[in-house]
Design a protein around this ligand. Structure first.
Ligand code: PLP
Ligand code: COI
Length: 342
């Protein structure tokens, strides 16, 4: 028997922070991570000169826990987030929090917040946000000596406020990631610099920015918070670039497209000039799941996909439902994709 759930209208929550009971914390000092613990306090007290405050030395992850069709709490591919957090940390000279400990900590904090995991069938999930940030003081530009690894959880619904209604996005006026920069890691700094761009995009009525590659501005990269995917006939086409975040959702969808839906999968460079040739498009990620894109605006040019502005196109809909069915235990998952919280 599970615990009694929180009294929340699960179907109507959006994507905003709701404080839950427990968070996981481990501190790094004198060259080692301590054993870690679940705590109640949601406030953090750190030096006014902490590396995270001065030079944005922080990395994070995003994952979800669900209640599946059998009433079990499951987490989608947490090992992959653990690996990516290790890679992000290395790039910012942050000590690695080992992926094995990461997965255990994620399971522990989800279990401790069981009453906040939305029930099956509500469409909501428990968003998990692991992060590491520099707590030690630095004034010269250098890595800190002390860090905190923390995991907070918060129940969420749809990331885009209109749910599965197709989005209108624009080719961004700004750049996101430099060649040989930090676009491929999940660092807070990549999102700080996207805030002005997204506020400006919203003012113009766009839902998101699609960033082109910053070296040539001729190729598709990704949006501020999701990878982009395309359908062309029976092909599932995604972006290959060293400066986009390697989305776990996208990798999973590539597998689903190839192994479950009999589609041809292409991961390659996509010139902006090819956009009008696609039948369907969507944004994919943990938060976005798959959010269909109906229109991409590039300056004076509008690219309207044949799937239209009313609903998801048929192929994206199939990808979406298969992914959700796998996550919720209605379709058998590939080995290792579903991690049960005991
Ligand atoms: N790209 C960016 C910039 C993101 O912030 C995210 C979200 O995590 C993704 C892509 C999707 O990655 P994932 O599917 O691993 O959540
Ligand atoms: C996620 O999808 O988990 C992210 O971190 C993206 C963020 C924009 C919410």
């Amino acid at each position: 028997m599970g615990v009694k759930k929180q009294d929340i209208d699960w179907g109507s929550i959006g994507f905003s922070y709701i404080k839950t009971d427990k968070r996981y914390v481990s501190n790094y000092k004198n060259g080692a991570w301590d054993e870690g613990a679940l705590i109640d306090d949601d406030m953090i007290c750190i030096s006014e000169c902490a590396g995270v405050l001065q030079y944005s030395q922080s990395v994070f992850e995003g994952q979800k826990a669900y209640t599946n069709v059998n009433g079990e709490i499951v987490i989608f591919r947490p090992d992959q987030n653990g690996i990516r957090l290790e890679n992000s940390a290395k790039r910012l000279e942050i000590p690695v929090f080992p992926k094995e400990r990461f997965v255990e900590a994620v399971k522990e904090v989800v279990k401790a917040n069981e009453s906040w995991v939305p029930p099956y069938g509500t469409g909501a999930s428990l968003y998990i946000r692991p992060y590491i940030f520099a707590t030690g003081p630095v004034i010269g530009v250098k890595p800190s000596d002390e860090y905190q690894f923390r995991i907070l959880t918060t129940p969420v619904g749809a990331y885009f406020k209109n749910g599965p209604v197709p989005l209108t996005i624009q080719i961004a006026d700004f750049d996101r990631a430099a060649p040989r920069g930090t676009g491929h890691i999940k660092a807070g700094l990549n999102y700080a610099m996207s805030l002005h761009a997204i506020v400006e995009a919203h003012k113009k009525g766009f839902d998101e920015n699609l960033y082109p590659d910053s070296a040539t501005r001729t190729k598709v990269e990704e949006t501020g918070g999701a990878n982009i995917i395309f359908i062309k006939g029976n092909k599932f086409v995604t972006v290959k670039s060293p400066s986009i975040l390697p989305s776990i959702t996208r990798k999973s969808l590539e597998f689903v497209a190839g192994h479950y839906l009999g589609m041809e999968v292409e991961e390659r460079e996509i010139p902006l000039t090819e956009l009008p040739e696609f039948d369907e498009a969507g944004l994919c990620g943990t938060a976005a799941v798959i959010s269909p894109v109906g229109k991409i605006v590039n300056g004076d040019t509008e690219i309207c996909f044949p799937s239209g502005m009313k609903e998801m196109g048929p192929k994206i809909k199939k990808l979406y439902s298969t992914l959700i069915d796998i996550q919720l235990g209605r379709v058998e998952a590939p080995e290792g994709w579903i991690c049960r919280v005991e």
